[in-house]
Design a protein around this ligand. Structure first.
Ligand SMILES: [Zn+2]
Length: 446
């Protein structure tokens, strides 16, 4: 009896028969796995993608993120700017003719990009980059939007962590060198939101402060913002208590005008603001993106930022109207994390996993996710401008290529192992690369 259903010959039978293969799944891929991969990859390369998490922009643009990398932070092997794959990216995107990035050769790349920016002025340059990647739209997770990104193709996701830091932050800023970089940037961001709302000083009481927060959310939404983003794991543990309104009120009264709150007091106030923000995310139909992975900076605390710390919030019925996107899918705890997507309002984004890992390992992550909740996972690159020579462009390319290859490889194994048909695999590919994410935003994105 022939159990395998992974060839084109029996393809129509699979559609008629079932979404699954024609028999029991088997534990190893067959000798056809390479052929299936070769057949799937060109189809997957052509699927117009929605990049659910990225930081597009030029290296000298300070608004690419609401925070910055601490100096001398360690970087995992593949995420270093000497990764030779980035040269392959420059060749693919710009026809870079050299195989190293010596200062002399790097000048060629900088000049080539300058020339293209003149040829494709305004928003046309980054639109061209998306076209080269078969990416239809890419989230721009940025402090503010610049005039050189087309809002139709780069929907804005704005940062909300700064609302957690309205008091005197000297204790937190002094905690370690990373916080010394991060916390002042949060203070700056809060100040920018205040400027935006013409608020010159912190409101007198908590109701005034919450009103100000809601006003920023509403205004950012009407300016095109599609979601709010927390990077909270960089700044404090992601275990959130559940203080009462009265407790938060009292803390605001005590510290809004000055004085350094104790660590426990500050966290308790932040717990209240965090819960207020995610509730507002439900009311305003603004999905909530949360950084859930190891992060940059040597002091990033993985156990305190562990995605599973969020479980009590995600499974709390009070927040069932809020859509949550777990950015970076909890990496390197993605195996546990996928089970959080059992909640109807919780999604996992795979960005950064495809850069931190090589495609051989990322393929296994994707396969495990596709075998669990294929309708709850989304594609993202986490692209970021590395430096003046290697920009968001090369990073976009590496993220998109790696994801498409790993996706084709994961699906090829699933077909060859008789888990799904080839037709079903292509549905999964469309869902992961585009459809699952787009559905979260109604008609606000494409
Ligand atoms: Zn990011």
């Amino acid at each position: 009896m022939k159990l395998s259903c992974g060839t084109l010959l029996c393809f129509p039978l699979c559609i008629v028969g079932s979404i699954f293969g024609s028999g029991q799944a088997r534990p190893f891929p067959g000798p056809d796995v390479q052929q299936i991969y070769q057949r799937l990859l060109p189809q997957i390369e052509k699927i117009p993608a929605f990049d659910h998490h990225a930081h597009p922009g030029f290296a000298d643009d300070p608004d690419v993120d609401a925070m910055a990398a601490p100096p001398d932070a360690s970087a995992a092997l593949r995420t270093r700017d000497d990764n030779p794959e980035l040269i392959v990216a420059a060749k693919a995107l710009f026809g870079y003719p050299y195989s190293d990035l010596s200062p002399e050769h790097a000048k060629w790349l900088v000049a080539k990009k300058e020339e293209l920016k003149k040829q494709y002025p305004g928003t046309a340059y980054f639109n061209l980059i998306l076209d080269k990647l078969s990416t239809e739209s890419s989230v721009a997770n940025r402090a503010m939007m610049p005039d050189y990104l087309d809002p139709k193709r780069f929907p804005w996701v704005f940062f909300v962590d700064s609302f957690l830091w309205p008091f005197d932050n000297q204790r937190e800023t002094a905690r370690n060198p990373d916080q010394g970089v991060y916390i002042p940037l949060q203070e700056k961001m809060l100040h920018r939101w205040m400027l935006q709302e013409h608020v010159t000083r912190l409101p007198a009481d908590l109701s005034g402060y919450l009103k100000f927060i809601s006003q920023v959310l509403e205004d950012n939404r009407s300016k095109g913002g599609i979601a709010m983003k927390f990077e909270v794991a960089y700044f404090r543990p992601t275990t959130f208590g559940d203080p009462t309104r009265e407790q938060a009120d009292e803390l605001y009264q005590r510290y809004a005008a000055g004085g350094v709150p104790g660590e426990k007091e500050y966290r308790s106030f932040q717990d209240y603001i965090f819960r207020y923000l995610i509730q507002e995310g439900g009311r305003l139909h603004l999905p909530v993106h949360i950084h859930t992975a190891i992060g940059i900076g040597d002091y990033f605390n993985l156990s305190q930022g562990n995605i599973m710390n969020l479980e009590s919030v995600l499974r709390d019925p009070r927040y069932r109207d809020t859509t949550f996107v777990m950015i970076h899918g909890g990496y390197p705890l993605e195996r546990e994390a996928i089970w959080l997507a059992a909640m109807k309002n919780v999604y996992l984004d795979s960005s950064f996993g495809e850069l931190a890992q090589y495609p051989s390992a990322f393929k296994d992550t994707l396969k495990m996710w596709l075998e669990t909740f294929p309708d709850k996972i989304t594609f993202g690159t986490d692209c970021f401008p590395y430096n003046q020579v290697l920009g968001a462009e090369e990073s976009y390319w590496l993220g998109a290529e790696s994801s498409r290859q790993a996706l084709a490889a994961a699906l090829a194994e699933m077909i060859s192992e008789n888990e799904i048909t080839e037709a079903r695999a292509l549905e999964f590919a469309h869902a992961y690369l585009h459809d699952n994410a787009v559905k979260l935003y109604g008609d606000r994105v494409h």
